[in-house]
Design a protein. Structure first.
Length: 433
């Protein structure tokens, strides 16, 4: 039997060089931040072969890093056959252009924002998600068009016949106008999608169901926890930003109470403001929730920094005051000493493992307690003709007393705050007050 050797036609992964700068007052040590950048690069399909770091008081205006580091990078690019140089911080358009000139083609120079946008582009599945990513990408690209037509600009500076038409500038302006027009179009499409989402959100607001949003650092296991709680099959991968589009599932607590659970896009340190702005309609799910579950990876050594990054984004979107419960996930990866430390540091947190199911019952009980904390005790007299109100109380309330009178039903019930307003017309004066 003849053996054939097949030649792989799959493209080889790009070889990446990571560049980090340590500045005074940085929230994360540079090596920890580069570890995360390497995971981002791996998610995008690149292989990290080297790192370069520098300690600075402030970035250099021209090239972000010093001229000596630029020369060091040039040498590494040649020796290690680097395809892309990734900076852990945002570069200005002029810094990126100067670095591209210094390092030379065909090596690409990108920053953290460009890398995250590339990953978002890979993972966006819904129309809204793709529009949001496209908007952020266009906004990122617009100020970086300068220099793409430098070959025409050089012709322009030579002077003489034909140089007064401004070829380079004309082409640059054409491209800028096209991108601005596309940005306007995408925004209009997003507004249409957002109006539809607001209609759906209003329906959820009017629903008696208690709303719970799962937020947290990317790859903390939010999707896995949603699957464990609801029996869903939402995509859950050991990659950063595996989930971009919000997913909502209904869930009924053991006592019969109905609620909704929403899995949201993961957060990350140094999350570009443009991305937060582009994904605001998606993050509305977190902003309008009755309870936020801050899901964190208990086994990650950067746990505290990740929670700080999550809190910063929640404040930015206006959810800083929403009731929240810290959920420490992946406890199956934590030893006995680590568990003791976590319980000491986070005494109010719920420790779970979405993989094994450990602590899930305790989490469900905690959600039920949080939901019940907002309930109101009402003393109601509901006419028999108001069958819908009676059904509302029986379906979503806990009836303590029910007496059938001549023309109405007298009910004392504990009901969710979300529907209490609808029943106040049947409450006696003391309850209403």
């Amino acid at each position: 039997m003849t053996r054939f050797d097949f030649i792989s036609t799959a493209p080889s992964p790009e070889r990446a060089l990571l560049v980090g700068v340590e500045m005074r007052g940085a929230a994360w040590p540079v090596e920890r931040s580069l570890d995360e950048l390497e995971r981002l690069a791996d998610t995008a399909g690149a292989v990290c072969v080297a790192r370069v770091t520098q300690r600075l008081e402030r970035p250099y205006p021209k090239t972000f890093i010093g001229s000596g580091k630029v020369e060091e990078i040039c040498g590494l690019v040649k020796r290690l056959d680097i395809d892309v140089v990734i900076f852990d911080d945002d570069l200005t358009p002029s810094q990126q252009t100067n670095l591209e000139r210094a390092i030379g083609e065909p090596v690409k120079i990108i920053d953290r924002t460009a890398l995250i946008l590339d990953i978002f582009g890979l993972h966006a599945q819904t129309r809204e998600g793709r529009l949001q990513v496209q908007l952020a990408q266009l906004q990122y690209l617009l100020p970086r068009l300068r220099g793409m037509w430098s070959h025409l600009a050089k012709e322009q500076t030579r002077g003489g016949i034909g140089s007064r038409f401004g070829q380079g500038e004309s082409q640059l302006e054409v491209d800028r106008r096209l991108i601005r027009n596309r940005i306007a179009t995408v925004r209009r499409e997003l507004e249409t999608v957002d109006r539809r989402r607001r209609v759906q959100s209003k329906e959820r607001v009017s629903s008696p169901a208690f709303r719970v949003a799962l937020v947290g650092y990317t790859n903390a296991g939010k999707s896995s926890l949603l699957n464990r709680l609801t029996g869903s099959n939402v995509l859950a991968q050991d990659k950063l930003f595996a989930t971009l589009d919000p997913t909502t599932r209904s869930y009924r607590l053991p006592g019969g109470r109905q609620l909704t659970l929403t899995d949201t896009v993961g957060f990350i340190q140094k999350l570009p403001h443009g991305l937060v702005d582009a994904f605001k309609s998606t993050l509305t799910e977190a902003r309008e929730a009755d309870l936020i579950l801050k899901v964190a990876d208990a086994s990650d050594e950067n746990l505290m920094r990740q929670l700080d990054a999550v809190d910063a984004v929640l404040e930015e979107i206006g959810s800083g005051q929403t009731p929240a419960v810290v959920v420490l996930n992946k406890m199956d990866c934590v030893d006995a000493f680590g568990r003791a430390d976590l319980r000491r540091i986070f005494p109010a947190a719920v420790c779970v493992s979405a993989l094994t199911g450990e602590g899930v019952d305790a989490l469900v009980s905690r959600i039920a307690e949080e939901a019940a904390a907002t309930d109101r005790m009402l003393d109601l007299t509901i006419p028999y003709s108001e069958g819908s109100a009676l059904k509302l109380v029986h379906d979503f309330g806990q009836v303590m007393v029910e007496e059938f009178e001549a023309r109405a039903v007298h009910i004392v019930a504990k009901v969710p705050a979300r529907i209490a307003g609808r029943l106040m017309a049947y409450a006696d004066d003391s309850t209403a007050a």
